[in-house]
Design a binder for this molecule. Structure first.
Ligand code: SAH
Length: 245
């Protein structure tokens, strides 16, 4: 029997209503909630009485270590991540660091990731084979990101782009679109959603050529349709292939 347990909780895109019941339960049972400051602020009033600990952005390793240290004190610890903790989240780093803490069991609680919460806002853009690609080259070389974009286009996947922009990477969406435009037509149906599940959610549909010149920020998730994706009444729809007449 392991002595300690840490819950790694995906809190969904923002609003409490978009958190799973299991996630709410794990946070309610926790003595201490650890997370990036922005996510702790997003957690509703319901968790105000909890001890909250945070480390700044980019200090992911320190945040994980903090969880193990708090758990070793006998506290019930929940680490919160936005969306799902296993999709560009902290779950894998926790397992890697956890090798040094054999007394601690890790339990991952699934969350609603930006791909499906954003898809719901836009309509049904990933209703067939799709893939997710992050445009952040902090931990992945851009050369590999480019290779994955070309492979996704060649495979006719709908593509969800995470981390399409940041202060230091303003033109990355444009660069990604240019790579996709090497093989995809400029009229390809696309869309993007900013601030899913938070105040001021905004969404737009456009063509791939238009997407190339759009300004998005780090709270945006971008969708590129497959060859069968259509814009129907303002919604981005990837068909399954049913015959309807
Ligand atoms: N673990 C998260 C992803 C973290 S990577 C998840 O599963 O959703 C950070 C990227 O996720 C952002 O750059 C953006 O592309 C996307 N994202 C996360 N939350 C979002 C939100 N509320 N609205 C729009 N995009 C979001």
């Amino acid at each position: 029997m392991r002595k300690h347990r840490i819950f790694i909780v995906g809190m969904g895109p923002g609003r409490e209503e978009m958190m799973t019941g299991e996630a709410v339960q794990a946070l309610e049972q926790a003595d201490v909630i650890v997370g990036y400051t922005v996510y702790l602020t997003l957690l509703g009033e319901r968790f105000r009485d909890k001890e909250m600990l945070s480390t700044p952005m980019r200090q992911e390793k320190e945040r994980c270590l903090l969880c193990f240290e708090e758990a070793a004190k006998g506290k019930r610890v929940a680490l919160v991540c936005s969306g799902d903790a296993g999709i560009y989240g902290m779950a894998s780093l926790m397992y890697e660091i956890g090798k040094d803490y054999p007394d601690t069991e890790l339990v991952v609680i699934a969350g609603v990731t930006a791909a499906n919460s954003g898809a719901a806002v836009l309509g049904a853009p990933i209703n067939h084979d799709f893939c997710a690609i992050s445009l952040s080259d902090l931990l992945t070389p851009w050369e590999k990101i480019g290779r994955r974009l070309r492979a996704a286009a060649a495979g006719d996947f709908s593509i969800v782009l995470y981390n399409p922009s940041s202060h230091k990477r303003k033109d990355y969406l444009r660069r990604a679109c240019d790579i996709l435009l090497e093989s995809l037509e400029g009229e390809r149906a696309c869309g993007y959603v900013e601030n899913i599940g938070r105040e001021q959610t905004t969404a737009a549909v456009c063509t791939l050529r238009e997407l190339r010149d759009r300004e998005v920020n780090m709270f945006t998730t971008v969708f590129v349709g497959n060859s069968g994706t259509e814009i129907i009444d303002g919604k981005l729809v990837t068909k399954r292939g049913y015959q309807i007449e």
